[in-house]
Design a protein around this ligand. Structure first.
Ligand code: CA
Length: 235
């Protein structure tokens, strides 16, 4: 039996938060609540949730900023709640890395159904479980990826990547001459039944680029081919 799935609900409307929590609890999830953005980020870090239900308009820091901060250390699925349709543009436009969103008012049943759909999306690592991991080191310039240990190093320096970041980088480095469209990367990392904002890919790739350059990688990076997608590039 696998562990109970953990859900973090970040919502300042206390009544709504507790209704949502009770629905998830009824479905057997372990639920934590946060009523403002800062607490949301803290609990995302300490509670290692599988899924975060995140309201857009929050006191303190808003849902977009929460999402951005959480994405630097967590691969939890994020479903954003918005009060109005116009705010959807905000979520999509900011490309903050949310996996899906729901416009208020919504039925708790719909929220549960959407959440289950998100949680069913296979991550690349999950789809590889049960298959004997190949022990191999992928190299690209100073970059070395150990696929079985799931570690990444630039020169001697090990860098910390989230699960999604690792999966994306591994795909790019496995086929360094390929240019992948956002859609292809989404399908490879999140699975084929993806729906939502495809710019989520840009957010993760931006984080990887930053981490590579902070680790001192000087001879290559992830390149953007305008209108086509992403690939690796040696300098
Ligand atoms: Ca709110």
């Amino acid at each position: 039996m696998s562990r109970r799935l953990r859900v973090l609900v970040v919502e300042d409307e206390v009544e709504l938060a507790s209704v949502v929590a009770s629905y998830f609890e009824r479905e057997g999830y372990f639920v934590e609540l946060a009523f403002d953005g800062h607490t949301g980020v803290e609990k995302a870090r300490s509670g290692t949730p599988d899924l975060i239900i995140l309201d857009l308009m929050l006191p303190g820091i808003d849902g977009i900023e929460v999402c951005r901060q959480v994405r630097t250390f967590s691969d939890a699925y994020i479903l954003m709640l918005t009060a109005r349709d116009e705010e959807v543009d905000k979520i999509v436009g900011f490309a903050v890395g949310a996996d899906d969103y729901l416009v208020k008012p919504f039925s708790p049943r719909e929220l549960i159904a959407r959440s289950k759909a998100i949680l069913r999306r296979p991550r690349l690592q999950d789809s590889l479980d049960g298959v004997e991991a190949l022990s191999r080191i992928l190299r690209f310039g100073e970059l070395a990826i150990d696929s079985s240990a799931r570690t990444v190093a630039v020169g001697e320096k090990i860098i910390e990547l989230t699960r999604t970041e690792f999966d994306l980088l591994e795909i790019l480095v496995e086929s360094p001459k390929n240019i992948f469209s956002r859609r292809q990367l989404l399908e490879l990392v999140w699975g084929g039944d993806w729906y939502g904002d495809i710019h989520v890919v840009d957010v993760h790739l931006g984080h990887i680029r930053k981490k590579l350059s902070e680790a001192g990688m000087s001879d290559g990076t992830i390149r953007t081919v305008r209108g086509v997608g992403y690939g690796m590039e040696l300098k």
